[in-house]
Design a protein around this ligand. Structure first.
Ligand SMILES: Cc1ncc(COP(=O)(O)O)c(C=O)c1O
Length: 392
């Protein structure tokens, strides 16, 4: 269907396309991970304000690498996870044999409730894996100081929140490791892609190794490489596989598009923030939730959360959006409450869903529609008029 208001629009520009074409047109181009990947990693680290970044082929791969590195460094433990996130966050935890501990959301920012996190920590808690849902900041000073005091690791999933801040500092700079996605639907895109970011040199080196089959020569640490080569005289120095790794590399086209897209990210995000405030101002407060914690947020989507929990209103709402060609997703980030998904059946048999009231409301009555930089104020007015006229 051709939408009058799609979830994303014009997220891949002529300039991006030309950058890719220039590389393809070179004589004997190197297209696998090389110079442009490194240039993008350096530019991204500078933009974010971290020491190290590793460009990978998706945000999900970034998540998996992050949990694999925790497994290598710390072995086992419990990981506190949101119920509203993408499946790949949960998968990365269970695939590395950590125990997932699920937390309900704060309805005002859709991220994990800080009080619930604190309640669910214990001596086995290794990390809190915070997803900054749909551009909202999930951090508070209380959470950060609690985790520090208890020596619990903070990991940030910033796949949906590029450029959002807490205390004027970018999200993705608070955690030990932070992950980004550059899938088409997000604030910027490399077609497919992701980034793992950290200030920890050891983690950086290991993530690089894990990204390329577990291969030692990727480490960027000659002293460490020399030591391992000496320890393994029967192995070809270029083929020492240190950990059971993956091939999660991206490529030169992705790197060059990333560099090109990064140039417009701040300008685009400024527009998104303006759009978001304008949208919330116009939206009818009697039918939809508008009391979000917008401070520091940077949203690539407008959350449209119905206040009513009547199926009749929901069905009318969906019909009206379809009729007006407004593209939408029900359930918000990752399609709603992960505890209701079949892939988690083994873990959720004993979980009482009644204890996850907030995420369940989003699951059944929460939606999002697109917020992209080319969206005009006039268009937002039209969309709000349609939404505000839905009545039963
Ligand atoms: C919160 C969250 N985490 C992880 C991901 C995974 O990113 P990707 O689609 O690049 O694998 C996404 C992407 O949609 C996401 O929204």
């Amino acid at each position: 269907m051709q939408f009058s208001h799609p979830l994303m629009h014009n997220n891949f520009t002529k300039a991006d396309m030309n950058t890719a074409i220039q590389i393809l047109k070179k004589r004997n181009p190197i297209l696998t991970q090389s110079k442009y990947v490194e240039l993008f990693e350096t530019a991204w680290s500078k933009w974010l304000g971290v020491k190290y970044s590793v460009f990978v082929n998706s945000g999900s791969s970034a998540n998996l690498l992050t949990m694999t590195i925790l497994k290598i460094l710390y072995g086992k433990g419990e990981i506190i996870l949101p119920t509203l996130t993408l499946s790949s966050d949960v998968n990365s935890v269970i695939q590395n044999n950590f125990k997932p501990v699920f937390v309900d959301i704060n309805p005002r920012n859709l991220c994990m409730s800080v009080d619930e996190i604190i309640k669910k920590t214990n001596k086995n808690t290794l990390a809190v894996f915070m997803t900054h849902v749909q551009g909202f900041n999930g951090l508070t000073s209380k959470l950060i100081s609690f985790l520090k005091k208890k020596n619990i690791i903070l990991i940030e999933d910033v796949c949906e929140a590029h450029g959002a801040t807490f205390n004027n500092k970018k999200l993705g700079t608070f955690g030990k490791i932070s992950n980004f996605s550059f899938y088409y639907a997000h604030h910027m895109s490399t077609i497919e892609g992701g980034m793992v970011c950290t200030n920890d040199k050891k983690i950086y080196e290991k993530i690089r190794i894990l990204r390329s089959h577990g291969m030692l020569r990727e480490s960027k640490n000659p002293v460490f490489e020399k030591k391992i080569i000496k320890k393994n005289p029967k192995l070809s120095p270029k083929f020492i596989f240190l950990y059971p790794g993956y091939n999660f590399r991206n490529n030169e086209i992705g790197g060059a598009i990333g560099l090109s897209q990064l140039k417009s990210l701040d300008k685009n995000n400024k527009k998104r923030k303006e759009n978001f405030k304008f949208f919330l101002k116009l939206l009818d407060k009697s039918n939809y939730r508008t009391d979000f914690q917008v401070e520091g947020s940077c949203n690539y989507a407008f959350p449209v959360i119905l206040k009513s929990n009547k199926m009749k209103f929901r069905s009318l709402f969906e019909k009206k959006l379809i009729k007006n060609k407004i593209e939408f997703r029900r359930g918000n980030a990752g399609g709603g409450n992960q505890l209701r998904q079949p892939y988690l059946e083994k873990f959720t048999k004993k979980i009482n869903l009644q204890k996850f009231i907030e995420v369940d409301h989003i699951h059944f009555f929460g939606y999002y529609i697109g917020n992209y930089p080319s969206l005009t104020k006039e268009k937002i007015k039209k969309i709000c008029k349609i939404l505000n006229n839905i009545k039963i």
